[in-house]
Design a binder for this molecule. Structure first.
Ligand code: NAD
Length: 292
């Protein structure tokens, strides 16, 4: 049975939700972006339009495609309105299993019974979320990367009950979005988060021990190991709070190797959450440029 997708609902209009909505709209899907915070929705809309316009200015996006994407995009602060006619619901709310389960349970009662649900979680159990709904076979992980319009990978995560039809349908969506898709069996942190948070956590430990400055650790990994970004640049982009939530989950599920660095915990407590608030490991100006 083929599962046709034409309308995608994206839940959460933060860093990831707005990026996912942008690529969905640009790929020709009718896209409804939801966030309970109207100001977040307005900012997300402005950011999507600005990124599309930048794409046109740099000849990466055809003007007609950018216009079509803007036309395909709808905003909604009401959850029910957002999902009532969705073929696919992609959730991108904060990394909390309780929050994600409560949202999927609410959506399960309103979305069409044929709709597929996908979570953009970086680490949490797809099977646990799926089991809280009435559609475990139409539930999978769809792990996008930041910034979504640039990063080429989607990790498609198969939960215990995820059906082949669901995986095939999500694979087709990912390819239509221009992404490479790898399929991963459910496991904490999948492939990418499990490795990436370990590198980032070790970098924080080295910073705390005084092994080198943040700049020199970033430069060492970029020039010595050919990483495209330093671990602190990456943590600031992802969000230190997001990183900490993933580490805490992997610490609980995979063991002591993933114990969060005390310095990372301290930065999060201090509100140094990364680029999104203007300060993480580094400071940023209003245009997102690193200061001093
Ligand atoms: P974020 O904090 O930037 O955005 C989360 C958004 O969810 C906010 O706008 C918030 O208002 C909204 N929200 C909160 N409660 C909600 C609710 N009940 N219903 C709808 N929206 C609600 O977070 P993010 O960085 O976009 O991360 C979202 C998810 O994506 C997390 O699971 C995270 O682990 C995952 N992820 C993040 C990255 C990254 O680089 N930041 C990369 C891959 C995956």
């Amino acid at each position: 049975m083929s599962l046709d997708i034409s309308t995608i609902a994206v839940l959460g209009a933060g860093t990831m939700g707005r990026g996912i909505a942008q690529v969905a709209a640009l790929s020709g899907y009718h896209t409804i972006l939801h966030d309970p915070e109207p100001t977040v929705l307005d900012h997300a809309h402005d950011a999507i339009v600005a990124t599309l316009d930048k794409g046109v200015a740099r000849s990466k996006v055809q003007p007609a495609d950018a216009d079509a994407a803007k036309g395909n995009l709808q905003l909604s602060s009401g959850l029910d309105d957002c999902v009532a006619a969705a073929d696919l619901v992609i959730e991108a709310v904060p990394e909390s299993i309780e929050l994600k389960i409560s949202i999927f349970q609410a959506v399960d009662t309103v979305a069409p019974h044929t709709a597929i649900f996908a979570s953009n979680t970086s680490s949490l159990s797809i099977t646990e979320m799926a089991a809280a709904t009435t559609r475990a076979e139409r539930f999978a992980g769809m792990h996008f990367f930041n910034p979504v319009h640039i990063m080429r990978l989607i990790e498609l995560v198969r939960g215990l009950e995820t059906s082949k039809d669901t995986l095939d349908a999500l694979m087709a969506v990912g390819r239509r979005m221009g992404k490479e898709v790898v399929t991963v069996n459910e496991s904490p942190g999948f492939v990418t988060s499990r490795i990436n948070v370990l590198i980032g956590n070790e970098a924080f430990r080295m910073l705390q021990e005084g092994v080198a400055t943040a700049e020199d650790i970033d430069t060492a990994l970029k020039l010595g190991l050919n990483h495209p970004m330093g671990p602190f640049e990456m943590a600031d982009l992802v969000g230190l709070d997001v990183r900490l939530a993933i580490l805490e989950h992997l610490h609980r599920t995979l063991g002591d190797l993933y114990r969060p660095s005390p310095l990372l915990v301290q930065y999060v407590r201090a509100g140094r959450l990364g680029r999104k608030v203007g300060r993480g490991v580094y400071r940023y100006d209003d245009d997102g440029n690193k200061r001093g």
